[in-house]
Design a protein around this ligand. Structure first.
Ligand SMILES: Cc1cc2nc3c(=O)[nH]c(=O)nc-3n(C[C@H](O)[C@H](O)[C@H](O)COP(=O)(O)O)c2cc1C
Length: 199
């Protein structure tokens, strides 16, 4: 095992294409660090060699694109299901459907329910956050399709619209709940890491 892994308390695994899920993970990292926990934030593409069992809490955050959670997240969840189920673990999804009050909770968001049906892992804490709409950032086809979906569902359709739907107070509350879930241990020396990307 990588000795750096053993010294960290919380593992945050992130799947993000346009950056909003990463921004949410970075906020959660700050909340955990403020409470004295050391955090390793790693992107799902770099998580192949990560040993979740080396941590006291594992949190997975994943964006939705075209109705799908990243296949690598599902593979990670299934590969490590037994280890994750035996320890504190949490999952959250980031999608645009969650901007709707009727679909903004773990129990009412279709992507969360679909994810939990598709994995053997049963995370102890589950949440969902609304993401960001950023038409100028998208390619022509993606922009056309997403605008069509927004038109159908009553969302913003102006071609240059950029809207962050994320409720940061809810993200902070989730972060505080994660702090409560980290079991106390004998190596709990606070390690505060800086930098935007995973250590
Ligand atoms: C190409 C594309 C497809 C998307 N498909 C969906 C979708 O099927 N359902 C949904 O709720 N949100 C969808 N979204 C919205 C994203 O989930 C949202 O923008 C989120 O913030 C993306 O997270 P990321 O910035 O971490 O990649 C889509 C966004 C894009 C750009």
């Amino acid at each position: 095992m990588n000795p750096n892994e053993a010294r960290k308390q919380v593992l945050l695994v992130c799947s993000s294409t346009d950056g909003q899920t990463l921004k949410i993970c970075e906020r959660l990292r700050r909340v955990l660090q403020r409470a004295g926990h050391s955090v390793r934030l790693t992107m799902i593409e770099d998580a192949g060699a990560v040993d979740p069992g080396a941590y006291r809490l594992v949190v997975v955050g994943a964006r939705i694109r075209y109705g799908r959670t990243d296949a690598r997240v599902i593979e990670f969840a299934n590969r490590h299901a037994a280890v994750l189920d035996a320890m504190p673990s949490a999952y959250f999804s980031v999608n645009i459907v969650a901007r709707k009050p009727a679909k903004d909770r773990a129990g009412t968001n279709p992507y969360v329910r679909d994810f939990l049906r598709r994995v053997a892992w049963q995370p102890k804490q589950v949440d969902v956050f609304a993401g960001r709409l950023d038409y100028p950032r998208y390619g022509t086809l993606d922009r056309l399709i997403i605008r069509g979906i927004m038109w159908l569902t009553g969302g913003p359709t102006q071609p240059d619209a950029v809207v962050e739907f994320t409720d940061w107070q809810r993200v902070e509350a989730f972060g505080r709940a994660l702090c409560e879930a980290v079991p106390a241990g004998d190596t709990a020396t606070p390690v505060v890491e800086g930098g935007a990307r995973a250590a």
